[in-house]
Structures are given as structure tokens and as C-alpha cells.
Design a protein around this ligand. Sequence first.
Ligand SMILES: NC(=O)c1ccc[n+]([C@@H]2O[C@H](COP(=O)([O-])OP(=O)(O)OC[C@H]3O[C@@H](n4cnc5c(N)ncnc54)[C@H](O)[C@@H]3O)[C@@H](O)[C@H]2O)c1
Length: 267
Amino acid sequence: MGNNLLKGKRGIISGALDEQSIAWKVAERCVEEGAIITLTNAPVAMRFGKIKDLSEKLNAEIIPADATSIEDLENLVNKSVELTGGKLDFVLHSIGMSVNVRKGRDYTNLKYDWMQKTFDVSAISFHKMMQTLYQKDAMNDWGSILGLTYMAAQRTFPDYSEMAESKSLLESFARSFGYHFGEKNKVRVNTISQSPTMTTAGSGVKGFQDFFDYADKMSPLGNASADACADYCVFMFSDLSRMITMQNLFHDGGFSNMGMNPAVLGL
Ligand SMILES: NC(=O)c1ccc[n+]([C@@H]2O[C@H](COP(=O)([O-])OP(=O)(O)OC[C@H]3O[C@@H](n4cnc5c(N)ncnc54)[C@H](O)[C@@H]3O)[C@@H](O)[C@H]2O)c1
């Protein structure tokens, strides 16, 4: 049951592929809190994902867009403004994919054209999305834009490979664009650094289950679930967080500030 935290607000949610997707939970929570949203994902995700089920459930239109294509993003923003009935109050970037990880290449043997594709999909798309919104003046004053990230941007997690650099870039775009959007019309831009979560993107990382269990033990609160992340996103889209911008916000049950937890050693 919602509390109308997003009543009357309009937004775009990217990246809902199936029920496991973090974006899926965020979309459900936003609508529960009274928001009107559009959904978007890569055209290819329309074929093998379940986004149509979500669209029907939430009565939210799907606007397919490859997040690396400016043309697709322009269409996404234009249609979202039209379908939701006005300028937007919030946008979620929940997109990530590493070509080298997918193809099983070691970090010491990466293919650079694949790396560029990875950066384009996982990080530069965030800038492209924001630049499209900015140039079209499509965000309402005091709106909120969020990207999802992981702590491998700050510390080394070897199996995360080139996604670590993607996330560093994503977080940097949030800070830099946060300045420009804040000065323009008080729009805030942040990234949420989420615990390991069992999703299609997450489980693509080698040894993910072991790592998930390790992080769960290491964190005094345990891993943050996708549902908990959706709650946090609702808060960040709501007026309750209006002075928070240009931040990377850890949502990880305490993992990022732990050195060692005796539970990990079985003590
Ligand atoms: N799962 C985790 O452990 C975890 C932890 C921290 C951060 N994240 C981040 O959360 C975000 C969402 O991932 P998820 O875990 O929910 O997995 P997911 O696989 O459900 O979502 C990733 C989405 O990216 C979309 N996508 C890929 N290429 C695209 C393109 N060119 N254009 C548009 N969309 C495209 C996919 O279709 C998919 O819907 C990602 O940025 C991911 O890196 C995930």
C-alpha cells in the first residue's frame, strides 16, 4: 500500500526486463506511490523479456529505445512527455551490459572495441539521456534523476572487469551533470550504489552466487534487496530528498564501510 509520495509526478523507468530486474520493482513502487510512468528498454528486450506483462499490470506505455541512440532517446522523451501529460519529475537509468564479460574475456585480455560498446551502453547512455532531457527542457523544476551503480567503481572486485570503469564513469557523469541540471532548474542527479542483487545483469558476473553470499555475511544488515532499492528510489524521486544532489549513495546494508566481519571467518 502506498503513501502517495509520488502523487501527480511523471517519470521514465528504463531497464525492466523481468520480475528480477531492479527497475521492475522500482516501476511497481512508483505507480503504487501515485506516479504516472512510461517504461523503456532496448528493442531486443521486447522479444525475450517480460516488459509487456509489466506494462499491462501498471497500465504504463512501453517506448522502446536503445539507450546509445540519440534518435531513440529523443523519441523516448517526446513520447513520455506526451503520454504522461507534461514535463517529467523523475527518470531512472537502470542499464548495464559488458560485452567482454559476456564473451568471457579476462581483464588482462580485453577487446577495446567491445570495451567502447560497454562504456556506451553502461555509462555514456546516462549522459545521452540527461543531455536529451536537458536540451528538450523536459524536466520539471526540482525533478530527480537516478542511475544505478556498484562499489567496484571505488574498490577492486576482479570479476567485475570493465564494468568497474563503466560505473566510475557513470558516477562522474552524475556529479558533472548534477551541477548543470541543478543550475538550470534545480533538478538533482544522483547514483545509488546497490548491493549484489540476483538479476540477469548481476548473475552474468563470474562466481556471482559466492560473492552474493560473501557480501551478505559481511554486511551487518545483510544485502539490500531489489525491493529495498525500489523504496530508496521512491524516496529519492519524492520531495523528501529535494536537497540531495551530485552524490553517490551507498545502499548496501553497511558493506562499503566494513573492514572485516567475524561472520565471514565463521567466528
Ligand atoms: N544486480 C546487481 O548485482 C547490481 C548491483 C549494483 C548495480 N546494478 C545495476 O543495476 C542496473 C540494473 O541492472 P539489473 O541488475 O536490474 O539487471 P537487468 O539485467 O534486469 O537490467 C539491465 C537492463 O539493461 C538493459 N539494457 C541493456 N542494453 C541496453 C541498451 N542498449 N539500451 C537500453 N537498455 C539496455 C537490459 O535490457 C536490462 O533490462 C544496472 O545498471 C546494473 O549495473 C546491479
